[in-house]
Design a protein around this ligand. Structure first.
Ligand SMILES: Nc1ncnc2c1ncn2[C@@H]1O[C@H](COP(=O)(O)OP(=O)(O)O)[C@@H](O)[C@H]1O
Ligand SMILES: [Mg+2]
Length: 223
């Protein structure tokens, strides 16, 4: 499902090169719920960005769903992201002027070949699943942090992506809301057979993960 071979990312800052990823070999199977851990600066976000096709590695190979992503042009990558991948970030990244339902509808609308009724139905269905049907007409500023993150998760899964990437989705949440988010991930992992790759540095999250991949200095030290 996800495979990478000798993945490297070098950031050049003037004369200084930072090896953010220094030869990563990894296979993640369909339906796995994987945690990525490691100290700050160890390359977790960089790895997620490369696997999620949000940035381009310096060298190495990434295969998603049997497709060598190097063979995709920009348009094909955009379509791949829209149809097959979902993202959740620590700062929610909602559109503040749009309601909850409109935020969640956005990726559903962008998919071609769907009638308005179909994407509305998909939106209502997902809002129900994340327990926010009664908040559908609210704006971001009227929601708690936990609710905002559930909207972001609804938006990330409305197109039923094959892979969900989450970069420290609980970093700004208290324990109760973090538990709600993790339980939601656990549910969609079970019910939708959703592959989830989640960066976390909270130790207590580990009971949710099927497996932990640990990074240090851009290298895998445990997988
Ligand atoms: N856009 C960038 N430009 C330059 N250096 C970067 C950039 N993004 C990340 N880095 C560097 O790459 C290393 C890994 O960063 P990151 O993947 O964000 O780590 P983590 O998510 O584990 O905290 C760090 O040394 C960081 O400073
Ligand atoms: Mg990070």
């Amino acid at each position: 499902m996800i495979e990478c071979r000798d993945l490297r990312k070098l950031y050049q800052m003037g004369n200084v090169g930072v090896r953010a990823l220094d030869g990563i070999d990894l296979t993640i199977d369909k339906g796995e719920f994987v945690g990525i851990k490691g100290p700050s600066g160890s390359g977790k976000s960089t790895l997620l960005h490369m696997l999620g096709l949000l940035d381009i590695p310096t060298s190495g190979d990434i295969t998603l769903d049997g497709i060598d992503v190097k063979t995709l042009n920009d348009y094909q990558k955009t379509m791949f992201r829209l149809y097959k991948l979902g993202y959740v970030f620590q700062d929610y990244a909602l559109v503040p002027e749009l309601t909850v339902a409109e935020n969640v509808s956005l990726p559903a609308m962008l998919r071609s070949g769907r009638t308005e009724e179909e994407f509305q139905a998909a939106t209502e269905d997902i809002l129900e699943r994340v327990g926010l049907s009664d908040r559908r007409d609210h704006l971001q500023k009227e929601l708690s942090g936990g609710e905002q993150q559930r909207v972001a998760i609804a938006r990330a899964i409305v197109n039923r992506p094959d892979i969900l990437f989450a970069d420290e989705p609980c970093a700004n949440l208290d324990t109760e809301n973090s538990t709600m988010v993790l339980n939601l991930f656990d549910e969609i992992n079970h019910d939708m057979h959703q592959t989830i790759v989640m960066v976390s540095h909270e130790d207590w999250h580990k009971k949710y993960f099927h497996r932990i991949i640990r990074l240090r200095d851009g290298k895998i030290v445990e997988k």
